[in-house]
Ligand binder design. Structure first.
Ligand SMILES: Cc1ncc(COP(=O)(O)O)c(C=O)c1O
Length: 393
């Protein structure tokens, strides 16, 4: 069932409604792939896809076919990427970047004998080490002479907490991901290893301004000068919440003024690849009007807890001419009191008629790709259908 336009597809899904659905417009994702890839050469940068953001073979295949590499964090994600890359023509992806608390499981469980880095399905494999435990694991591999590290590029994950987040936490925010940029003892050891080539600093998931990226790049370049290491890449992680293309391009231009041309910039957004691509469709199962509070309380068969995690869904209200003066509170289907999808302004009634009634279908936009990864069953409520419209085969 693939009608030609997204709207026709939504109408078709509504006609044959079988339960809540998360819908992703792969045409919009495809456009975002084209946009981001078109910036790569001019700004000497590479955009990877962070697998946790939409861990679905159909989606990963689309990225692989368009030559986008992956950021993975453990052996589970490696399995997904392997099945996708195994199916591509060359059988080899371009780039696989790895970071996270289970980094060591990727290599150990993938290749217990530690003989062949080439078993990993990529041409370039970047291991970004971020803790003393991971450093010790690498040291022991070397001591045992198990792994030559041939074909593997090593990087250090560096903790950089953006100023705003630090301020908002009253200065108490610390991160378990990465080495302190002031901890030169560890970094100097890494800098002496022949495979050491990069620095990685993912700043957080909700970075919506260029400033934190520019500050992080400045700090990393200062660190490179201090270490005098032959660094060939800086990975600034994901984020870019709500960035327009112009904003992104301007930021890339400014980053290129900070970071020498010999150093390639890497980014590994997750959700940003799905900007304006995610929707949810659900059915109203209960309506209560609370005129004394000017509020309409809707219960839908979708659930914020099960199906819409990490999303801030926006209800599309078609109520031309109605004054938007009432609160429409849409709640989810679990018994959890806090299963709230969102509060929206709209008219509760137009004339005599309530604008939302029992069995009506609701459409939301601004649904995150992460919701598809989290999509879960809880409280007897089944998972949502995850449907893709447009190119993905
Ligand atoms: C190391 C790393 N890189 C990239 C991302 C992607 O973040 P986002 O979806 O905000 O772009 C994450 C998300 O948790 C991450 O942990």
């Amino acid at each position: 069932m693939h009608a030609s336009t997204l709207q026709e597809y939504v109408e078709e899904l509504c006609r044959s409604y079988t339960g809540p659905a998360l819908l992703y417009d792969m045409g919009a994702v495809r456009q975002q792939i084209d946009t981001l890839r078109s910036l790569e050469e001019r700004h000497r940068c590479t955009f990877l896809f962070t697998v946790k953001a939409f861990a679905d073979i159909r989606v990963l295949s689309l990225f692989a076919r368009h030559g986008v590499g992956f950021d993975i964090s453990n052996v589970g994600e490696l399995g997904l990427v392997r099945s996708v890359l195994g199916a591509t023509e060359s059988g080899q992806g371009e780039i696989l970047s790895m970071t996270g608390p289970l980094l060591h499981t990727i290599v150990e469980r993938n290749d217990p004998a530690g003989e062949s880095p080439a078993l990993l399905p990529a041409r370039t494999i970047m291991l970004n080490v971020g803790s003393l435990g991971q450093l010790e694991w690498l040291r022991s591999l070397r001591r045992q002479g198990k792994r030559s590290m041939e074909g593997i590029v090593l990087g250090a994950r560096i903790t950089i907490v953006p100023e705003k987040e630090l301020r908002e936490s009253g200065g108490t925010l610390i991160s378990r991901f990465g080495f302190d940029p002031e901890d030169h003892t560890v970094l100097r050891e890494l800098a002496e290893w022949p495979e050491f080539q990069g620095l990685h600093a993912h700043l957080g998931v909700k970075i919506s301004q260029p400033a934190p990226y520019l500050q992080a790049a400045t700090r990393l370049v200062e660190l490179i000068t201090k270490l005098q290491a032959p660094i060939s890449y800086i990975n600034l992680g994901g984020g870019f919440r709500g960035f327009s293309q112009t904003m992104l391009e301007e930021m890339l231009g400014r980053l290129r003024e900070i970071v020498p041309d010999t150093i390639r910039l890497f980014f590994e957004p997750g959700d940003y690849w799905f900007e304006r691509a995610g929707y949810a469709i659900c059915k109203v199962v209960d309506v209560m009007e609370k005129p004394e509070r000017n509020t309409m309380l809707i219960t839908a068969d979708i659930s914020a807890d099960c199906h819409l995690k990490w999303s801030e869904p926006e209800l599309l209200i078609n109520a031309d001419g109605g004054e938007r003066s009432a609160t429409i509170l849409v709640c989810g289907s679990t018994c959890h009191e806090g299963d709230l999808i969102g509060a929206y302004m709209g008219p509760a009634r137009i004339g005599e008629k309530s604008i939302i009634g029992l069995d009506d279908l609701l459409l939301f936009r601004n649904v995150s790709s992460y919701s598809a990864s989290w999509n879960a069953s809880f409280n007897g409520i089944p998972k949502a259908n995850v449907v893709l419209h447009g190119e993905y085969e």
